[in-house]
Design a protein around this ligand. Structure first.
Ligand code: NAP
Length: 256
């Protein structure tokens, strides 16, 4: 039986991962802060697919709470086969106008937590010579798009290098880079997305389906949708100076 630990599993992309893994017969460990919502999600998954579901209420920004999740990842009984580092949020204002405490909290959730959780999960995965880590990044990490984009650039680069380190042990690593996806993300960040055209929006289910397909094919990065494949291609091939200008002159994906 495969057991999957998903952070931020109560909403949006994380909740879609929980449903997809449960449908394919996996057991789950769901992590988020809101315990009631976690319990509701767990009971829904148990009823619909009969999976075994544990819940771990933890604020991953808080080091002692993050450590409880690390301890679960390091356990040898009911070991975790797949870790999905998904929990995240964005900020409404650019760096110069954003309280430094908020910036630090965002960096802790988008960078420090996945770093620590991956570090806790890896020894068991390499010893068992199987496993996978899916890091939810963003197309915002492909171009200079503020501190959110910088954190997402870090997680993509981290994933691609970890993938090389873990390949000899049969452990896969995937960076998932969604574009604008209909979840609670934008509302929680207080972003005005009224000017985002309808063609730019993705749903969480196809994003997760594509990620699981790319994980099976052992691809390094997963991008859903022709519009974001074109964006990624432009980011890769345009001269950096032009790309940086393009990123600054347009509202970057999912940030203001
Ligand atoms: P969402 O619907 O707002 O879900 C966020 C999830 O993270 C919730 O389950 C939330 O539950 C949990 N969470 C938030 N802060 C947490 C914390 N401190 N500790 C533990 N859990 C926490 O957002 P989403 O769009 O699905 O976002 C998932 C990932 O996709 C994020 O990494 C985001 O950066 C990335 N992404 C999103 C988009 C987009 O357009 N939606 C695009 C590209 C990338 P609690 O509040 O109960 O903790």
């Amino acid at each position: 039986m495969t057991t999957v630990l998903i952070t931020g599993a109560t909403s949006g992309i994380g909740a879609a991962f929980a449903d997809r893994f449960a449908t394919s017969g996996c057991d789950l460990v769901l992590v988020a802060r809101d315990k009631e919502r976690l319990d509701r999600k767990a009971s829904d998954v148990r009823t619909r697919w009969g999976s075994t579901v544990e819940v771990l209420a933890a604020d991953l920004i808080d080091p002692p709470e993050c450590r409880r999740v690390e301890e679960r990842l390091a356990m040898s009984e009911s070991p975790i086969d797949i870790l999905v580092n998904n929990a995240g949020f964005g900020l409404p204002a650019p760096f110069p106008h954003s309280p430094v405490e908020d910036e630090e909290r965002m960096l802790d959730l988008l960078v420090r937590a996945p770093l620590r959780l991956s570090h806790a999960a890896i020894p068991g995965m390499t010893a068992r010579r199987r496993g996978a880590i899916v890091n939810v990044s963003s197309v915002a990490g492909l171009l200079p798009t503020g501190t959110y984009g910088a954190a997402k650039a870090w997680i993509t680069a981290f994933s691609e290098s970890l993938r090389v380190d873990l390949a000899p042990y049969g452990v896969r690593v995937l960076a998932l880079c969604p574009g604008f996806t209909r979840t609670e993300f934008q509302e929680r960040a207080g972003m005005d997305v009224s000017s985002v055209p309808s063609w730019a929006w993705l749903d969480a289910d196809p994003v997760v389906d594509q990620a699981l397909k790319d994980l099976r094919r052992n691809r390094p990065v997963s991008i859903t949708g022709w519009q974001y494949k074109a964006y990624a291609m432009a980011a890769r091939h345009l001269p950096r100076r032009v790309a940086a200008k393009m990123a600054r002159s347009r509202k970057p994906p999912e940030s203001s």
